[in-house]
Design a protein around this ligand. Structure first.
Ligand SMILES: [Mn+2]
Length: 357
């Protein structure tokens, strides 16, 4: 698996006349080697290297096959050591990940290695990661199974008198007990008027009857994330709550039904946006419809008004329209789907008709 991935990368390097590539982003390192510690990876047409320090040397040997592990001394710069190796190998044109190098590190490299040409790249490995193989899809399915199970569990605890933070503690503890090594991202759990905050962080607020409660959360399984959102109501929903909820639900269902290979991200966004606008809530849906999910919680492709890429079988994306009204509240419903040969498979199995607790 790693061999195939590295082969694809080296082919792409040579097509672009690049001799070697320094991988800095942890998710990209894990994707091409299985190494989950801190370090840098150098890919060349021949040998590949992991530069790490004594905290991770043994781990690197266990996790990554086919790499030469180089332990750098304490206090040395990983980038300078990598480029020292690159210079010794006689490589001249080196690609690096422009999003994960500081200006200081870049200046230092340019200054120290005047005979090496540095090529800034963006999304070089991320592009390959957008299409998941069946192994990756299964890991994300496992992460989502834990997430669905945790949602069912937390429904039993949502009631007037508990705080948002209480619920988050219970939710995350449950996910960990059920096989999630860490959460996929900081859990969003907001209630009452705070549901108007699309990415609000949980507070001490005590839940009351009549509240909307929005929970956006995910588990992580073997490095892979899941992502789902549900909004529920405590007690009987008002007419206004119902109208907001049903508008979001209808937009979400129609956008999912639209998903198949070949469509463009922004067109899926527009399906949901038109439905929400038609009901008069167009000004209250500020974010994009969805995003890719994998080793990172937000990755390509984007399903937003700016999403220009075509969807391909094997991509996994979220579909998560929302309506947020300041000082009143809001609703978001999010599922994760995998694009299949003919359409999509929904990986989220939790109920999405309005749940009244
Ligand atoms: Mn999401």
């Amino acid at each position: 698996m790693y061999k195939t991935r590295i082969k694809k990368i080296t082919e792409k390097l040579f097509e672009n006349n690049i001799d070697g590539f320094v991988v800095n982003k942890p998710e990209n390192q894990y994707y091409i080697s299985g190494f989950s510690g801190e370090g840098l990876i150098i890919i060349t047409g021949r040998k590949n290297y992991i530069i790490t320090d004594s905290r991770y040397t043994e781990q690197a040997k266990n996790e990554a096959q086919g790499f030469e592990i180089i332990e750098r001394q304490k206090g040395t710069s990983p980038f300078l050591i990598s480029f020292h190796i690159i210079k010794d190998l006689g490589l001249k044109i080196i690609g690096f990940e422009s999003h994960s190098l500081t200006v200081k590190e870049y200046d230092e490299l340019v200054e120290t290695y005047k005979n090496i040409t540095l090529i800034k790249t963006d999304g070089f490995i991320e592009q390959l990661r957008t299409v998941k193989d069946s192994y990756e899809i299964n890991l994300i399915k496992s992460a989502q199974k834990i997430t669905d199970k945790a949602f069912e569990y937390i429904l039993g605890l949502i009631k007037p008198g508990v705080s948002e933070l209480d619920l988050v503690a219970e939710l995350e503890f449950f996910m960990k007990k059920n096989g999630s090594k860490s959460k996929a991202f900081p859990t969003i759990l907001v209630s009452g008027p705070r549901t108007s905050l699309p990415h609000g962080s949980p507070s001490e607020r005590i839940l009351q009857s009549g509240d909307f409660v929005t929970i956006d959360f995910g588990a992580r399984f073997s490095g892979y994330c899941s992502d789902m959102t549900r909004t529920v109501v405590i007690g009987k929903p008002s007419e206004r709550q119902l109208s907001i909820y049903n508008t979001v639900l209808n937009a979400q269902i129609k956008a999912i039904e639209y998903i198949k290979p070949g469509i463009i991200g922004k067109d899926a966004d527009s399906v949901a946006r038109k439905i929400i606008s038609k009901q008069g809530f167009g000004d209250y849906f500020g974010h994009g419809l969805g995003h890719g999910v994998g080793l990172e919680i937000h990755e390509a492709p984007s399903l937003s008004p700016k999403g220009e890429s075509h969807l391909l079988p094997g991509m996994i994306v979220t579909v998560e329209p929302g309506i947020y009204i300041e000082k009143y509240g809001g609703v978001r419903i999010e599922d994760m789907v995998v694009i299949t040969k003919n359409g999509f498979e929904n990986l989220t199995n939790s109920e999405k008709q309005l749940i009244c607790l």
